[in-house]
Design a protein around this ligand. Structure first.
Ligand SMILES: Cc1cc2nc3c(=O)[nH]c(=O)nc-3n(C[C@H](O)[C@H](O)[C@H](O)COP(=O)(O)OP(=O)(O)OC[C@H]3O[C@@H](n4cnc5c(N)ncnc54)[C@H](O)[C@@H]3O)c2cc1C
Length: 466
């Protein structure tokens, strides 16, 4: 047992001996660090500890376990549910120095990476061998593989490839007591009892620290076509999802929907992007299609879009004619600058529910919101191909987060929806976990946490209270 003085100096010295003086940031050096570019807040921590290897992570955890010291794992700090948030008494364990791509096997279509590797680096490395890593999301340039695993991240390709848990073949994790659990397999099939790997994926740093992973890669498409379509009704949005998926089997790679409010905000006076479509409609579909024959693929898509126009399923549409134009279309979906310019406060939401109920649900939340807070505004968009809806809500001057949360989350119970589709529960949605998970499910999660982290030092208070 490590003897601790009240100011924890003995522990900090022992940690410095493990990670080196450059591996532990405290005091003034720490003062300059933020808790992530998206939070805009300063990082609060007793120390930021930056191990370089699994062995160092294990030794850090052994010391913290012996000292009863809380540890908050952190990757790129782009999480949107408060999962990486910390207090001034916590050790924040950052994977920023564990950023090596250890191996790439183009024939096996696998990549072995350390947890701190940035998602975009994985994309770039895979592309060098004509391959792709399927997970893709707006924070790609900052988020890490470890964070993606811990949150079971989703993003824009889930419709075609599934979430992060589908992309992980092998995993190495350090447990709360510092023991290392290695399951670094590189095969797809492995039916040898409980899939322990999956237990850590989506556990938001509460059960173990991800240190390395074997990632599954796919053949990269020859090219990607991107279309933006103006659609008059929700029924047509649902029909078109089915229509394109059937007409382009296995090729529909993203199907995002922007409600008119989001489209207009992101192409309006606060945005640098001009509206590619002049026609005003309630819904805009942004769609990626993988093609394996440049001429034929584009011609087939053009023919499908023409048919949709003739039949009135869409009232306007554009097919991106260059990579720059593709990026511009996607900017309309992924750009958050306009809302940040226009509003001093935005509450973000990430939920899922059956498509059949989605349009009515959006209007009902909008109505409740603006009835109660007249100056409030709601912007809706999301990965609708996966039933995943996002809201950016300007709460008005009242700033009543609890009331707005309740308006968004409460109806999901009756609709069999989820209070978190992809961002996780963290701190922000803890109070609403019960709207999606039963008491017996939450109790089993608690029992698992107690068994794996009996002293509750690993990201305590996230997901649920013990
Ligand atoms: C602009 C923008 C767009 C986004 N789009 C999407 C999207 O489309 N889909 C989506 O799913 N998410 C999205 N996100 C949310 C975020 O990017 C993801 O949750 C991402 O997976 C977090 O990775 P990170 O490295 O930043 O993790 P962090 O934010 O650092 O941490 C997130 C959680 O994981 C834990 N954690 C981090 N690293 C480890 C580790 N090595 N071991 C154990 N636990 C760890 C933390 O304790 C915390 O609970 C978006 C965020 C932004 C800012």
């Amino acid at each position: 047992m490590l003897r601790m003085s009240a100011d924890r100096s003995e522990l900090l010295q022992a940690l410095a001996a493990v990670v080196g003086t450059a591996g532990i940031l405290r005091g003034d050096v720490l003062a300059g660090r933020s808790a992530g570019i998206w939070s805009g807040e300063a990082l609060r921590a007793l120390a930021l500890v930056r191990p370089r290897t699994t062995d160092e992570v294990a030794r850090v955890m052994q010391l913290c376990h012996a000292a009863g010291q809380v540890v908050v794992p952190a990757g790129g700090m782009t999480g949107l549910a408060g999962g990486h948030s910390s207090t001034a008494a916590d050790i924040v364990l950052s994977t920023e120095r564990m950023n090596r791509i250890e191996a790439m096997d183009a024939r096996a279509r696998t990549m072995v990476v350390e947890a701190g590797v940035i998602l975009q680096s994985v994309h770039e490395r895979a592309a060098q061998d004509g391959l792709m890593f399927a997970l893709d999301l707006g924070a790609r340039a900052s988020c890490t593989i470890g964070g993606n695993i811990a949150t079971n991240a989703g993003g824009v390709r889930v419709l075609r490839f599934g979430m992060m848990r589908e992309q992980v073949l092998g995993l190495e994790v350090v447990l709360a007591d510092g023991s290392v659990l290695s399951s670094m397999f590189d095969m797809l099939k492995n039916n040898t009892g409980y899939d322990l790997r999956q237990m850590f994926i989506g556990s938001e740093g509460t059960l173990g620290i991800v240190t390395r992973a074997v990632l599954r890669l796919h053949e990269a498409p020859l090219a990607t076509e991107t279309a933006l379509l103006a659609v008059p009704t929700w029924d047509q949005v649902m029909e078109l999802l089915r229509y394109f998926d059937a007409a382009l089997p296995g090729a529909l790679a993203a199907f995002e929907v922007l409600w008119r409010d989001h489209y207009e905000l992101n192409t309006g006076s606060c945005s640098e992007i001009d509206a590619p479509l002049e026609t005003e409609t309630p819904f805009y579909i942004l769609m990626d299609v993988f093609i394996s024959d440049i001429d034929q693929g584009r011609a087939q898509l053009e023919a499908l879009l023409t048919t949709c126009l003739e039949q009135g399923e869409i009232v306007d549409g554009a097919l991106a004619s260059s990579e720059t134009e593709r990026a511009r279309f996607w900017q309309i979906r992924e750009n958050f600058e306009p809302e940040q310019k226009k509003f001093d406060k935005i509450y973000g939401y990430d939920i899922s529910l059956p498509l059949e109920a989605m349009a009515d649900y959006v209007e009902s939340v909008r109505q409740q919101l603006t009835q109660r807070f007249v100056d409030a505004e709601l912007f809706a968009y999301g990965h609708i191909g996966d039933g995943n809806l996002h809201f950016s809500i300007y709460p008005g001057q009242a700033r009543d987060r609890a009331a707005v949360d309740e308006m968004v989350y409460f109806p999901l119970q009756a609709l069999h929806g989820s209070v978190s589709a992809e961002h996780g529960i963290g701190l922000e949605k803890k109070a609403y976990l019960k709207y999606t998970r039963s008491e017996s499910e939450i109790e089993l999660m608690r029992k698992t946490k107690r068994m794996m982290d009996p002293t509750n030092i690993l990201n305590p208070g996230k997901l649920f209270d013990l």
